[in-house]
Every structure is written in structure tokens, then in C-alpha cells.
Design a protein around this ligand. Structure first.
Ligand code: ATP
Ligand code: MG
Length: 226
């Protein structure tokens, strides 16, 4: 089925075990859009990403990726299809070097030359990591770790990236840096779903937005109107 919707959910009811967190979410992102999801703590933003990824449990409704039904599909399969994910916390291996972290992002690729090529492309987007490849990821600052986490996800050449609060706990300077990087990643051809607690700044770089309140879409529309 041809569709320009990269990810779509229809009447999505999802949660953990039998506990329902999302109550019928209709959501979509089209090719090369940045869609930002905002809402209060506990409103279900992370759960929406996790339900798309097969981590939270879908109890009713559907998740589509490029028109294909991926409802409750396994995370590793969904990743291999081209869906990248940077979780809210613990998103780098602190006891590995920056280079090893990047290589982990392309662990499915056996061809070493291809991994090197990808690393060059990714380092063109994140030039600051270039001089730090041998450093342990645990010695990076919070902002640098976020950069590395996004760079690592890019190593898998995703078509769409799900980013869960990449600017959480960053100083204002780093917030702008990370958000600008996200725009750059989009401009390189990747579709972006961004969960952002810094609502104003997160919506500034977005094409469309969703406001989640207690597991429901309270508002959706052009980002500048939210
Ligand atoms: P925040 O802005 O704080 O990150 P959020 O909008 O991302 O919040 P979620 O993490 O989706 O919110 O959580 C929504 C609800 O689901 C919360 O009440 C939370 O306690 C519950 N929840 C989250 N993860 C789990 C889990 N693994 N098992 C059970 N309940 C969970
Ligand atoms: Mg969250």
C-alpha cells in the first residue's frame, strides 16, 4: 500500500499489562516531517513511542509503518525495518568508547568497510565527536551523550527516528544545539517524532504538534498554532 505516512496509529489503546495508559490515539507523521509531542508528566508521551516500538502493549487499535501493520511486532524487527529510537535515559554504553558506541549502532552490518563509511557520514553531522572517538562515553557531558545517542541511532540508517526528550536536563545552550542537530538530521532525509518537555522550543522546530493529556490527544495541528 502506498502512503506518505511513515508511522500511523489508529485508535490506539495501549499500556502495560492490563493497565491502560493511552485511550484511543490517532497519530501520524509524514515523510521528512518533524512532529513534536508535548504534554504534562505522565500523560503518556513515552508510552506512545513505546507502543509504536512494540515495547508497551497495544490492547486495541493499530500501528502502521509505511502502510504495513506492525502492531505488537517485536522491537528488534521494527528497528531492522528502519525505525530508530533514542530512549529518555540510559541511551549510551558508558563503559564503551565513543567509537564502540557508534559501531554498536550498526551491529547488524557485517561489512566493516560499510560501518566505516557510515561512521564518516554520521561524524559529518556530529563533527565534535570526531576528536573523541577513543574516549569512554561515560566521560562525556550530558549534552555530548545526547549527541552520541542520536549519532549511534543514525548509524543504523533509520528512515524515521523516535526521540524521547533528547534535551532533558541540558543547559539552554545545549538545548538549542541538540534541537538544531535534529533539524539537520531531518534535512538529511530522516523523518522525526520528537517528544519534548521544553514545549515551546520543541514546537519551534516542528511542522506539526500533538498535545497529550491523560493518554488522549487534547490538540493537534500546525506547530505554530499550539
Ligand atoms: P514524562 O514527561 O514524565 O516522561 P510521559 O508523558 O512520558 O511522562 P509515560 O512515561 O508514558 O509518561 O507514563 C504514563 C503513565 O504510564 C505513568 O502513569 C507511568 O507511571 C505509567 N508507566 C510508564 N511506564 C510503565 C511501566 N513500564 N509499567 C507500568 N506503568 C508504567
Ligand atoms: Mg516520558
Amino acid at each position: 500500500m502506498m502512503t506518505d505516512k511513515v508511522i500511523e496509529t489508529k485508535d490506539l489503546v495501549a499500556g502495560y499489562g492490563k493497565m491502560v495508559i493511552l485511550h484511543g490515539i490517532d497519530f501520524y507523521v509524514t515523510r521528512q516531517e518533524i512532529v513534536t509531542i508535548v504534554g504534562p508528566n505522565g500523560s503518556g508521551k513515552s508510552t506512545l513511542l513505546k507502543a509504536i516500538l512494540g515495547i508497551a502493549r497495544v490492547l486495541k487499535g493499530k500501528v502502521y509503518y509505511e502502510g504495513k501493520d506492525i502492531t505488537n511486532e517485536r522491537l528488534d524487527k521494527i528497528s531492522k525495518m528502519g525505525v530508530g529510537y533514542v530512549p529518555q535515559t540510559n541511551n549510551v554504553f558508558t563503559n564503551l568508547t565513543v567509537k564502540e558506541n557508534l559501531e554498536m549502532g550498526a551491529y547488524t552490518i557485517k561489512d566493516k568497510k560499510e560501518v566505516e563509511r557510515r561512521m564518516e557520514e554520521v561524524l559529518d553531522i556530529f563533527p565534535d565527536l570526531r576528536g573523541r572517538l577513543k574516549q569512554l562515553a561515560g566521560s562525556l557531558s550530558g549534552g555530548e551523550r545526547q549527541m552520541l545517542a542520536m549519532a549511534r541511532a543514525l548509524m543504523a540508517k533509520p528512515k524515521v527516528m523516535l526521540l524521547d526528550e533528547p534535551t532533558a536536563a541540558l543547559s539552554p545552550k545545549y538545548v538549542d544545539l541538540v534541537l538544531n542537530k535534529i533539524k539537520e538530521i531531518r534535512d538529511s532525509g530522516v523523518t522525526i517524532i520528537l517528544v519534548e518537555q521544553n514545549a515551546r522550543k520543541g514546537l519551534e522546530i516542528a511542522d506539526r504538534g500533538y498535545v497529550l493529556v491523560t493518554g488522549k490527544v487534547a490538540y493537534t495541528g500546525p506547530a505554530r498554532e499550539i
